[in-house]
Design a protein around this ligand. Structure first.
Ligand SMILES: *[C@@H]1O[C@H](CO)[C@@H](O)[C@H](O)[C@H]1NC(C)=O
Ligand SMILES: *[C@@H]1O[C@H](CO)[C@@H](O)[C@H](O)[C@H]1NC(C)=O
Length: 838
């Protein structure tokens, strides 16, 4: 089945980032830069550098604008922005103006595309630039350049006489800075479209736009003597190239950072990005000065004619820039229209390859299709499934089993190929075997083809198509020449021919896999708001395990409600499944004792110190016990003992080598057992070494037993338990079947399964104990991003998987460390989040 595995999602996101970062981060090696530069001292750019030096000296003599001491960055929680402290009004009054000159750079050998023309035209028409300086290493090629050349204010400025074959990033930046220091003005990337005059921004000294990880490379506004340029340029002269964000971090008052008005769509946001090109979509950019096209990612090959009929935000903007009017040519409107006569035959198709059991959720999928769609069901398979639920499925009158050979991987065939082929031949509704149909598809059956979205493109989870639909054929044809993922192909095809496919924005593609929380909501809470969907996908293998018709009767999850609705005809709880007991305030059943496990002799590192200090400072335990076969030592350990004193104790412990006769070789697994042993005997709060406690755990100590949710598991990095808690005993007994080879099965997945069987014995903390989620790449990455401040105010603790970062820090460097980790490290070590100046 074309199931979207987590790995594929992660790869998809990574792909986007790599593509986008390609522009800004792939910096070349500029070791020869200095020599090349020295050899070119007679060049105008060298003169610009000298001019800059002169000006700088001039400043020193005239004492105009003495360089200010930089102030520490003020941090805006919401946008994580480094905001300049100096009031912008002050700058505005000074009357300094950034000249209305636009600089473009063209340093590589590529065709000048239609979107480049749009960019240059926007500088002319929307900004009313007095001059457009097009700095080019070589004259651009292609038919659109001819049109650009006709712009009266455009001047082609040759860049360098002996341009090196490879222009490094440092050289590009240097070229930009030099042009701006010489003339002042506005540098624009050729992917940028200006939407309205930059007048307010031009009253400032220096302006850049923010993008995902830093400052965007696409826009830089500066007056000729902007101190920011000089500071940045100085790093080049000193041979220490720095990115703008690094310079800005040190001297935030020199630069005004526009958070979104120069840099939307946000390339870190797939929806924002692709909505620009989505037919029928109107993205409101009225607030923006300029937008970034990310055109190369979409590579749409537009022309002045093709944009006339584009019913997308890009279409409107392109028409305004090129044709001077944004109206759509109505007559040729290209968007899929519903047919008055239903065109899709009412047949449901499932595909099922390979030998495996048919599970309860597969049966529920099929029952939901039968109930809502009232359609015959064709089950295409190379081998009938087994299991009791298949026997039950066979009782469904509408079901026919159709024999079909599995896709031959040796020949490169995939399940998607089979889906398209079946839809082409028969038409109908394809469903993944864990899709639940929520309501009838009538309105969707009127389009030739309907698909939902996926993080990478269009989703293959559910496809509705008429027989021989042209879109299906087009996809099959594209696949022959392109090796892209089908989902991406489908998006390309849809952007190319939006009249052929109806894209359902949300109602066929929930849960949203790009949203870390959305899929797990089906399985962790009683969450409504799913009823608007035509169908939902369970991602069952990722998020759930082996439910049966008995346990769903008191399952307090959305999945439980859905399963009961379909299987028993009612969502209500069938037994009074009970909640975990919450003891009265002040009645703490979990002892206020913290336990760590420390096996083998190794360094006590700074983050270990932070962890115990966090427990001491915020949990305020009576004791902190370190169960160990080799006590920690070293400087950080001495600091821990000194700061915590008597409360901190090392308790000798042997590594368990077996459990119920099953050998344990892995040290992490041994630690799993020890923590369970200790908690069974003494109760208390167990912490992993890469957990920071951030506030009191008292509210949680009123439950018998607590663990934190992760996607499809319970995280055993933090456990609260009263002595001999029933849940812990059941879990421990489960180790009778222990298998050392499964790395997180017993420690993470099993408690998750047991929790669904014994909901009354455990309190599951949704996000308060286990974020960032290690299965979620984004979530992990943000933790270490210096420009992002996560809001952790709700969290009891964070569990940050230190190996992801693994650098050694110390009390000094965390004083000013930016980003979430820096904030939290200070919160633990110094009791304050704000940066500390000596
Ligand atoms: C897949 O195709 C190859 C090449 O034609 C063939 O040798 C092989 O037997 C096929 N495999 C299956 C499972 O049919
Ligand atoms: C969960 O669902 C049940 C049954 O529909 C309902 O009675 C209960 O109030 C819901 N609980 C929450 C927290 O929404």
């Amino acid at each position: 089945m074309p199931r979207l595995s987590l790995r594929r999602v992660v790869t998809g996101v990574t792909f986007l980032i790599v593509v986008s970062l390609g522009v800004s981060l792939l910096s070349g090696d500029d070791s020869q830069g200095a020599q090349v530069y020295a050899a070119k001292r007679s060049h105008p750019r060298a003169r610009a550098m000298d001019m800059m030096r002169d000006r700088e000296q001039g400043h020193a003599i005239q004492k105009r604008k003495a360089p200010k001491q930089p102030e520490p960055p003020a941090v805006d929680r919401k946008l994580n922005a480094v905001v300049p402290k100096r009031a912008d009004e002050e700058k505005q009054k000074s009357g300094d103006q950034i000249p209305n000159i636009v600089h473009f750079f063209w340093l590589t050998d590529q065709d000048f595309g239609f979107h480049h023309l749009l960019s240059v035209l926007s500088a002319h028409k929307m900004l009313g630039a007095e001059q457009i300086m097009f700095h080019a290493a070589a004259k651009p090629k292609g038919r659109w350049w001819k049109e650009a050349e006709a712009i009266p204010t455009l001047r082609l400025v040759p860049w360098g006489s002996d341009v090196p074959e490879k222009v490094s990033r440092q050289m590009e930046v240097r070229a930009r800075l030099e042009a701006l220091m010489q003339h002042g003005g506005m540098y624009l990337g050729t992917d940028t479209i200006a939407l309205r005059p930059f007048d307010e921004l031009r009253r400032l000294d220096c302006v850049m736009g923010r993008t995902g990880d830093g400052l965007s490379d696409q826009v830089l506004l500066a007056s000729q003597d902007a101190s920011f340029l000089k500071t940045w340029y100085k790093t080049l002269l000193q041979g220490k190239f720095k990115e703008a964000i690094e310079v800005a971090a040190k001297q935030p008052d020199l630069l005004h950072v526009e958070d979104t008005r120069l840099t939307r769509p946000r390339w870190t946001d797939w929806w924002d990005l692709s909505n620009l090109y989505r037919e029928g979509e109107t993205v409101d950019f009225s607030d923006s000065y300029a937008i970034q096209l990310a055109y190369d990612q979409y590579n749409l090959g537009h022309t002045p004619d093709s944009i006339l009929t584009l019913d997308s935000t890009f279409g409107r903007i392109a028409r305004t820039v090129y044709h001077g009017a944004q109206e759509l040519k109505k007559s040729e409107k290209k968007v899929a229209e519903p047919n008055t006569n239903a065109v899709v035959p009412n047949i449901v198709h499932y595909l099922w390859f390979g030998e495996r059991d048919f599970q309860l959720h597969n049966l529920i999928s099929m029952m939901s299709a039968r109930q809502q769609l009232k359609a015959p069901i064709r089950f295409h398979t190379d081998e009938e499934p087994g299991g009791r639920y298949w026997a039950e499925a066979k009782l469904i009158d509408e079901l026919t089993v159709v024999e079909r050979a599995a896709p031959n991987a040796t020949l490169g065939e995939t399940a998607e190929d089979a889906i398209l082929q079946i839809l082409r031949e028969d038409g109908g509704i394809y469903l993944d075997a864990d899709v639940i149909v929520i309501k009838p598809f009538e309105n969707l059956m009127k389009y030739d083809v309907t698909m939902g979205r996926s993080p990478r493109g269009l989703s293959f989870i559910t496809i509705i198509a008429k027989k021989k639909a042209y879109f299906v054929q087009k996809l099959q044809k594209m696949k022959r020449t392109r090796s892209d993922d089908y989902e991406e192909l489908a998006l390309d095809a849809a952007v190319d021919r939006p009249d052929l496919v109806h894209v359902e924005e949300n109602t066929l593609s929930r849960p949203r896999l790009s949203d870390w929380k959305d899929p797990s909501l089906l399985f962790v809470e009683n969450n409504s708001g799913w009823s608007d969907n035509f169908a939902i996908k369970l991602f069952y293998d990722l998020y759930a395990q082996d439910h049966n018709q008995y346990d769903i009767v008191n399952l307090r999850t959305t999945f439980g409600q859905i399963a009961r609705s379909v299987y028993y005809g009612s969502p209500r709880l069938i037994t009074d499944g009970s909640q975990p007991r919450l003891y009265p305030r002040e009645d703490y059943v979990v002892p206020n004792v913290v336990h760590y496990v420390w096996f083998t002799c190794h360094d006590f590192r700074f983050h270990h110190l932070l962890s115990v200090l966090s427990a001491h400072r915020y949990i305020k335990p009576d004791h902190i016990y370190i169960h160990s076969d080799c006590a920690p030592s070293g400087h950080n350990w001495d600091v821990a003992k000194e700061k915590i004193g008597e409360i901190l104790k090392v308790v000798p412990a042997e590594q368990p080598e077996e459990i119920f006769g099953n050998p344990i070789h892995n040290i992490p697994h041994r630690s799993d057992i020890t923590r369970m042993d200790v908690l069974l005997k003494q109760g208390g709060i167990y912490l992993d070494w890469d957990v920071f406690a951030l506030k009191s755990f008292d509210p949680l100590r009123r439950y018998d037993y607590v663990m934190g949710n992760e996607i499809a598991g319970l995280n055993n990095g933090v456990i609260l338990s009263k002595p001999n808690a029933e849940f812990l005993r059941i879990w421990y007994d489960n180790y009778h079947h222990f298998d050392d080879g499964k790395w997180n099965f017993h420690s993470v997945m099993e408690p998750w399964r047991l929790a669904s069987e014994h909901p009354n014995l455990i309190h599951m903390e949704l996000t308060g104990l286990s974020r960032p989620d290690w299965t979620d790449w984004w979530d992990m990455k943000r933790m270490w991003n210096e420009d992002v401040l996560e809001d952790w105010s709700e969290a009891y603790a964070i569990h940050f998987i230190y190996s992801y970062h693994n650098e050694e820090h110390n009390p000094e460097d965390i004083k000013r460390m930016r980003g979430t980790f820096g904030e939290l490290a200070r919160w633990v070590y110094y009791g304050q989040k704000e940066a500390i100046e000596d």
